[in-house]
Design a protein around this ligand. Structure first.
Ligand code: GUN
Length: 284
């Protein structure tokens, strides 16, 4: 079984960004800049946000974390976003989700300037994306398409199944596979007899948000399996995916592990998006 190694692909993509960042610096006199806004004290979210900043800096980009207390009001959050929208030194803005429950992600997705939308999730960006005219694409599905390209897996004509229908992963993933000429079935938590669908698929992307939901018996022999799951409280505190990866050895054609599969590619795509947004702003 071919292991789809997100760390290897990440390294290659990140290296390809270095000369672009250098060129941007020479032209503009500064580095591309990502600002991440986080509200509240969720530990895992703070770790993700710090990882994003570190990844930016490792490539010579700059990043600031704008941390608001859990008590922040919608008006306070909106004010921060409005300021960042017009700040000339900020190329890309990412608001870390989930927000505390008293705050509206809807308002954020309407408010962040599409020209600075780092993960392509604002309604404006998604409109272009679903119309087939993407500029910045949602990070996780775009990262998965980059993995497939790296391993020369052409999905054209394939029978593919996406498990999960979130705006962040499932829906845009189904769209990207369709744009790449796959036949796509979108399954979700209300799908009856899920494995009837997944067992027929040449390629399955699992973004169900349920630890170890699927195993060998849910896939046909020779399938390609992409695991988007990330569950922190697995056995021994290890990160767990939605798929029982070990069972796939000797059965699947290819599969992405957790950790080390899709995860690194999400951040890598964020870096690509930040670079792209910075170049576009400079070009104006
Ligand atoms: N929280 C978990 N994943 C993501 C992501 O891809 N983007 C944002 N903005 N928040 C997240």
């Amino acid at each position: 079984m071919l292991v789809l190694d997100g760390k290897v692909v990440s390294k290659e993509v990140r290296e390809s960004l270095v000369p672009r960042i250098q060129a941007f610096k020479e032209k503009s006199g500064r580095a591309p800049h990502l600002t991440v806004v986080i509200v509240g004290e969720d530990k895992a979210s703070h770790v993700y946000v710090r990882n994003k900043k570190t990844a930016c800096e490792a490539l010579g980009m700059t990043s600031t974390i704008h941390a608001l207390p859990a008590s922040a009001t919608q008006d306070e959050l909106n004010e921060v976003l409005q300021r960042l929208n017009v700040d000339n030194h900020v190329d890309a803005i990412l608001v870390q989700f989930p927000l505390p429950s008293h705050l509206s992600s809807d308002e954020v997705l309407k408010l962040v300037s599409p020209a600075k939308d780092a993960d392509g999730l604002t309604y404006n960006s998604l409109g272009y994306f679903f119309a087939g005219r993407p500029f910045v694409s949602p990070c996780t599905p775009a990262g998965i398409m980059t993995i497939l390209k790296h391993y020369k897996i052409n999905v054209e004509g394939m029978r593919t199944v996406v498990v999960g229908r979130s705006n962040i992963v499932g829906k845009p993933m189904a769209h990207m596979l369709m744009e790449a000429n796959a036949t796509v079935t979108l399954c979700h938590s209300k799908t009856k007899n899920l494995s009837e669908y997944t067992r027929q698929a040449d390629l399955v992307v699992v973004a169900a948000g349920r630890p170890h939901l699927l195993g060998k018996e849910d896939f046909k022999q020779g399938a390609i399996v992409i695991d988007v799951g990330m569950h922190g409280s697995g056995q021994g505190g290890k990160l767990m995916g939605d798929v029982r990866f070990e069972e796939l050895k000797g059965w699947a054609q290819a599969a992405s592990p957790v950790p080390g599969g899709v995860g690194p590619m999400t951040i890598t795509t964020l870096l690509q998006n930040t670079c792209l947004l910075a170049e576009k702003r400079l070009g104006k």
